[in-house]
Design a protein around this ligand. Structure first.
Ligand SMILES: C[S@@+](CC[C@H](N)C(=O)[O-])C[C@H]1O[C@@H](n2cnc3c(N)ncnc32)[C@H](O)[C@@H]1O
Length: 369
């Protein structure tokens, strides 16, 4: 194949043009995502929401930034359609800017399912790990989860938290009526939450089910420290505890009415060992719930937006974190239903049921011990 423009057909030229346009749009998207990071981290969106339509000078005073930067950022955000010009003026100093009514929730409401601003917090961690990532591509090794840093960890936690808060107790667990009944009943039930990260799923159980006791496990030290802080902050620390532990290590056998793993099996170096341990934890009559990415049943290219989103995480994060410590398997974000069924079978489960839960990002599997 030639890399010059010689002998291109009309169709080749159209493809070339489409790719040029796509990279250009991608460049704009990257620049604007980083400008959102600036606005979020410096509290500029919050200041606009609190103060109402603002001039650059007002925003600068309110948020404690330099006026020249405030002006440039406001102009850029307005040009990008991320904020609105509320009072037009040819004089840049007199122009007032504010948030569009529908945007405040996406940018500023951490409880909302539409809160998507944390996605930009992942960018610094993805960028900082690039040298290690390139090395991993060369030698087949991995990039440890902690290397992605605190902002990355908080990005995942803050993107997932609204789903746990708004959907776990009202949609997901009620899709298993026997489990829902057990979690409301006496004696108080026990939940083991494997790969719990910063603990928001464990906390959501305690908030949705007032009797339940939850133990969260994760092998990331910083996540467990934050999870403990989160339990205290939300006042559930008497019923929710966290422990630094590999999912594959044995715990209190046959002790839990429900064992869960939210968006974590595909990240694990040895998912079969983890599932094997989860099967051992569950009490007679109890249940195992795995929630993981809603990827397509099979590979096909080009893929839809969700598949592209999942593969994007996979090549930059999930595959490399799953390949630390050989013979780590490295599943990647794109764990197909068939792959999970195979892991579950290898871990000794007798069956896998896909629960009828409508969800944009996750698929819910009930594993039969
Ligand atoms: C994508 S995060 C999800 C965290 C949390 N479940 C949530 O939904 O917000 C994946 C988590 O899996 C944890 N993890 C990966 N391998 C693990 C293992 N072998 N044992 C325990 N935790 C593990 C990581 O430390 C990380 O906290």
């Amino acid at each position: 194949m030639t890399i010059t423009a010689d002998a291109l057909t009309k169709q080749d030229e159209e493809q070339r043009g489409a790719l040029v346009e796509r990279l250009f749009h991608g460049g704009i998207a990257v620049l604007e995502m980083l400008s959102i990071y600036v606005g979020d981290r410096l509290g500029l969106y919050r200041a606009l929401a609190q103060d109402g339509p603002s001039t650059a000078a007002h925003l600068a005073r309110s948020a404690g930034i330099h006026e020249r930067y405030a002006r440039e950022w406001l102009e850029q955000q307005a040009v990008a359609g991320l904020i609105e010009v509320k009072t037009e003026s040819p004089d840049a100093d007199k122009r007032r800017y504010g948030l569009a009514p529908g945007h405040a929730e996406v940018l500023l409401n951490p409880d909302s399912l539409n809160y998507l601003v944390p996605i930009v917090w992942a960018i610094p961690g993805l960028a900082a790990t690039l040298p290690a990532l390139l090395q991993a591509y060369r030698d087949g090794g991995g990039v440890p989860y902690p290397a992605y840093g605190a902002e990355f960890r908080n990005s995942i936690a803050s993107l997932n938290r609204p789903m746990f808060k708004n959907q776990l107790g009202s949609d997901w667990i009620p899709a298993m009526p026997d489990v829902d009944r057990r979690l409301r009943a006496d004696p108080p039930s026990r939940v083991a939450d494997v790969g719990c990260g910063t603990g928001w799923s464990s906390i959501a159980f305690a908030q949705a089910y007032p009797k339940v006791r939850v133990e969260g496990f994760d092998m990331d030290e910083a996540s467990i420290a934050t999870a403990r802080e989160n339990a205290t902050k939300t006042g559930v620390e008497n019923r929710v505890t966290f422990e630094l532990r590999d999912a594959g290590s044995p715990g209190r056998a046959a002790s839990y009415d429900l064992v869960t793993a939210f968006e974590t099996i595909h990240d694990m170096a040895d998912p079969v060992a983890a599932l094997h341990a989860m099967r051992a934890l569950v009490a007679p009559g109890g249940a195992v719930l795995v929630a993981d990415e809603r990827v397509a049943e099979a590979f096909s290219a080009p893929g839809d937006q969700l598949e592209r989103f999942m593969y994007g995480w996979s090549v930059l994060h999930c595959l490399p974190v799953g390949r630390v410590d050989p013979p780590a398997l490295g599943t990647g974000t794109v764990m197909r239903p068939e792959t999970l069924r195979r892991y579950a079978k290898d871990a000794g489960f007798s069956g896998v049921e896909i629960l009828p839960i409508e969800h944009d990002f996750w698929r819910f599997y009930r594993l039969e011990p």
